[in-house]
Design a protein around this ligand. Structure first.
Ligand code: G6P
Length: 612
């Protein structure tokens, strides 16, 4: 998704902007650009494709400047072309923008009537012209921006420079994330703090509606024209651990980081085999009263939520619904008092999940209903964490690969911890059960390590997928969401069409697709459903389908003609979804590598979807 980097310094910031853009590459984009203010001029370069193309152009033109803004664009309005790439310029003004200006057409008509010519198809260009127009009557850049912002409808973050103000950078946050990086004698902005880690570890997290004016020495933040204080936060050094190391791709590194990520995540909540007394203690009162749970999420996080539903209902006895945020927010769901609303999000910034949360809170307040909100998130400073009553962090470290891996399995670990806590508070889960599950949770890192031993075998099997066009994933119970997740992983990074199904649904449609060219991946832990699953496997084989089975080592499922079995260590039903995530991640990864796709940044996708 789009990324913003900007800065004002004494030195030339060209390389800082390029490095920042490179660090945002993981979010997904299709073009990039930057504009520098130098000796009363705006110097701009824009290129379609990778930041490396822009870097080369900048090296060739040798442009420098101590004030500038830069951007990676993920096309929403207008194709990914050089003309549509940011920054957009109107005379003396240059603008970069994340998000969407919903009323841009109306504004564009008015601006065209005033004589402005548009050189792009973007919604962003209206902002540049509006600021330019406002500067005719308001000889102050900040005031001009303050005049423009109320005219814009939508969710956005902006970085704005003006050749007449060569020491000022204006930043606006209205529905799209933006942070200020506080330097010494220099200051920066970015849509993601990761971009600024080479220059600072001190950040100000702007809030919705904030407009900031940065100079080399000062940072002022305003709300409705009035100055406000925003604290500076120092970032934990471990968060900067975002390099590929010895691994070929971030995704592979992140798959291998799962044992440690789970270990870290559960350590925050467990003391031996008991829940720590201080774990979520502020939430205990709310937990006592809740009568049901509503989970809201998108993508892979939604699949984690689906597993949460099984667990919530089986373990704590609480009714639990789970829904995709983009559906939930638009279908006028009934808000019920004493519900715990749980947002699951790696980034904490996904536009639909955030909007669903805000709508829910608003509607509950309007009706005077008592609800509780919680975020399960990998980014401690994110909007969702800030806007919910409680939060639980997945301590997975930065996840760079677009396809979520370690964030997913740590979300599952956190969901289990949450359920145990609620079950304990409501006395719905016995201390013995809590001890049994937490004991197993401590074993998870080791079991994942053992499962990773299958990597070479999975690589060998993945060769059989390279030429395929379609693939089915089947599972039952909590392996059904893993089947969906496996299919999502395979399609997003290898571009093979894949579907996940509850194995019991096979006869209701997907069986019609099965022939000798259709690989069918089966998730077969040793649980109560194993015999039924074996019958489903027979049904596939009888139609000539080729089976790839990730099976419990004690399942009795063996290799045979057109049935390839990878043995997975025996685990309890509770941990099975975490463990079975690993082979499906490895399978998708290897198939994608063999097909030569861009594994970490698959086409058309973004890591953090901050627009609808
Ligand atoms: C994008 C990412 C997915 C992610 C989804 C939800 O589609 O590519 O990996 O699962 O957004 O993101 P979130 O940050 O809310 O978990």
């Amino acid at each position: 998704m789009c990324g913003i980097v900007g800065g004002v310094a004494e030195r030339s910031i060209t390389n800082i902007l390029i490095e920042g853009l490179k660090r945002l590459e993981y979010r997904g984009y299709d073009s990039a650009g930057l504009a520098l203010v130098d000796h009363g001029q705006i110097l701009r370069e824009r290129r379609v494709g990778k930041v490396a193309n822009l870097e080369q152009a900048v090296e060739e033109s040798a442009i420098v400047g101590s004030l500038g803004i830069a951007h990676t664009r993920w096309a929403t309005h207008g194709k990914p072309t050089e003309n549509n790439a940011h920054p957009h310029i109107s005379g003396r003004v240059a603008v970069v923008h994340n998000g969407i200006i919903e009323n841009y057409q109306e504004l564009k008509d008015d601006l065209e009537a005033l004589g402005y010519n548009f050189t792009s198809q973007t919604d962003t260009e209206v902002v540049a012209h509006l600021v330019h127009e406002a500067l005719k009557s308001t000889p102050d850049l900040l005031k001009a921006v303050e005049q423009v912002v109320p005219q814009l409808k939508g969710a956005y973050a902006l970085g704005i420079v003006d050749t007449e103000y060569p020491d000022e950078l204006i930043a606006v946050r209205e529905g799209s994330p933006l942070v200020i990086g506080v330097g010494i004698g220099e200051n920066f902005i970015s849509s993601d703090q990761l971009a600024l880690l080479p220059v600072t570890n001190r950040f100000i997290y702007l809030e919705e509606g904030d407009i900031a004016r940065l100079t080399r020495e000062t940072i002022e933040v305003f709300v409705n024209g009035q100055p406000v204080e925003r604290p500076i936060k120092e970032l934990d050094a471990t968060i900067s651990n975002a390099t590929k190391g010895e691994f070929k791709h971030y995704m592979l590194k992140e798959i291998y980081e799962q044992p440690e990520a789970i270990q870290q995540t559960i350590s925050q909540a467990l003391n031996g085999n008991a829940l720590r007394t201080d774990f979520l203690e502020n939430a205990e009162v709310d937990f006592k009263n809740i009568k049901q749970v509503q989970i809201i999420a998108c993508g892979t996080s939604y699949h984690a939520g689906m597993i949460g539903k099984y667990w919530f209902e089986q373990l704590s006895g609480l009714p639990c619904q789970v829904e995709i945020a983009s559906e939930y927010r638009y279908r006028s769901p009934v808000i019920v008092a004493d519900t715990l609303y749980v947002c699951i999000s790696q980034s904490g910034e996904t536009a639909d999940t955030l909007a669903a949360l805000r709508d829910t809170k608003k509607r509950a307040a309007e009706k005077g209903l008592n609800i509780s909100t919680m975020t399960i998130c990998n980014v401690a400073t994110s909007s969702m964490v800030r806007e919910t009553n409680h939060h639980l962090l997945t301590l997975a470290g930065p996840e760079i690969g677009v396809a979520s891996t370690k964030a997913f399995t740590t979300q599952l670990a956190v969901l289990m911890l949450l359920i145990l806590k609620i079950g304990q508070v409501k006395q719905a889960i016995s201390p013995e059960k809590i001890e049994e599950i937490t004991t197993e949770m401590w074993h998870t890192p080791k079991v994942i390590l053992d499962t990773l031993q299958n990597d070479k075998e999975i690589l060998r099997l993945s060769e059989l997928f390279v030429e395929k066009q379609h693939c089915l994933f089947l599972g039952r119970g909590t392996e059904f969401p893993i089947a969906l997740e496996g299919a999502l992983k395979l399609k997003e990074i290898s571009y093979i069409h894949a579907e996940g199904y509850a194995a019991g649904e096979l006869k209701h449609g997907p069986l019609a697709l099965v022939d000798n060219d259709m690989p069918v991946v089966i998730l077969a832990p040793k649980d109560d459903m194993l015999d039924k699953l074996k019958s489903n496997m027979e049904e596939v084989q009888a139609r000539g389908g080729e089976l790839f089975v990730f099976a419990d080592e004690n399942s009795g499922i063996k290799n045979k003609d057109r049935q390839h079995v990878v043995n997975v260590p025996s685990v309890s039903t509770w941990l099975a979804p975490i463990i079975y995530s690993v082979p499906v991640q490895l399978l998708s990864y290897h198939v994608a590598v063999l097909r030569g796709t861009d594994v970490d940044q698959p086409r058309n996708l973004a890591k953090s979807v901050t627009v609808e």
